[in-house]
Write a protein that binds this ligand. Sequence first.
Ligand code: IMP
Length: 493
Amino acid sequence: MCGCLHREVFTGATLSPAEGKKKVPASEEAGYSTARCVAFAVARVFRPGDFTAMQSRGDRLMKSIVVVGAQWGDEGKGKVVDYLAGSFDYIARCAGGHNAGHTVIYDGNRFVLQLIPCGILRPGKHAVIGSGVVVDPVALAAELDTLAKSGIDVTGRLHLSNRAHLIFPYHRQMEKAAEAARGAWKIGTTSRGIGPAYEDKMARHGIRVGDLLNPERFREKLERVIAEKDAVCRATYGVPLDTAGMAEQYLELGERLRPLISDVSVLINHALDAGRSVLFEGAQGTMLDIDFGTYPYVTSSNAISGGVCTGLGVGPTRIDAVAGVTKAYTTRVGSGPFPTEMPDLEATEVRDRGKEYGAVTGRPRRCGWLDLVVLQYAIRINGISSLVVTKLDVFDTQKEIQVCIGYHYKGTPLREMPAAAEDLAEVTPEYATLPGWQSVTYGVQDAAKLPRLAVAYLKFISDFLGVEVGMISTGPDRDATIVCAATQLATWI
Ligand code: IMP
């Protein structure tokens, strides 16, 4: 493999994926167990009797779990969330827009949801779109129509934040012009107007979902924004802004969406108070996060677990655990550095086997080997406590599998993920080579039926990262799933 570093590894052990070892924290290596440190701190701060409030909170049958993408998106979160959703009352999205594509297959039907959390496909479950999401009401209405055609009733179950910002056609228009102006430096966006909508939010001239409910206020705000944008568009790109009929169309859509609109922070916090369980559904992935991704080749929102707090109005103390979803390999769409990207021939094979084409744009995805440096970083940034490995079956015919276990930059090992995309583009991955299992895992539902070498691959990942593998996906169907016994994730179901 083209100038990359390699290390041959063979782990032939027949070990359960549940056996992933936890790394020993530095404090324990130094002779201080974490439990002892905590006990000491608690004894100094609290007196007996002060614990009552804490205990009653601990007694709450609360389950609030975040599911995040640990790579560049498209890890299969849709299927994972759909599977877990059966065990939760609320499924809530906190960031992104209809740039995300979550594919769910069940009963032979394929659903691609872009904006509505895929929990809506489960009867009786509540789906929530948070304030951190940017909403194109035209796209939302189209998704509602598709659900209605499939007989899925969202009445009383779908909730839309009044604080979420709206995407307008001028956002798309300006995004296309901006991408064209970037030339070779283009980001390769999904052209849905996502970035410009978030720009307006941060520049404090965004218009929010709640504004649709007050036509006079909405018209007045829109007029002001349009005047400003038209001037910018003419001066920068030499084209006028096309806004004919926009206000009326949006107000009409606002009336249709009115029953869904509310303060969803109140809704979710009350649900948690009442002992209901909440599954927070991430969009995109860690490496596309606006702050911690491969900036500027990122999306415009916080795709990491912290986005739940800012994008739904839920405090960090209300979140119990974080699951990180990774494919058995890596993909990314759009431009930007990708250290473990495969050469064309291998990438084509994996792309065809894994059907790696964008759910939203249809673009072919770039394919590469699993990158444990990326996963290590994702675990730290998100606080991931359980990993879900998807698309294991795509490697069923693979003779040898490469796994990136480190980066070298200008001849020196890198200990952490570089902040600059330019530096990441120059790293040389160090690989471990593991034997492929060359037998069928497709559709396997029982860990005991996995080939020994597939288990060894999962164990290698779990041991290296010091985090359990809690779930394995062996195919697109709901049933092609293994929940690993005796893991933290198994207790959520
Ligand atoms: P934007 O989100 O449309 O602004 O696109 C910014 C970058 O994020 C581009 O590289 C997109 O391909 C990528 N991106 C956005 N949404 C997704 C997704 O759901 N999966 C994978 N990549 C995405």
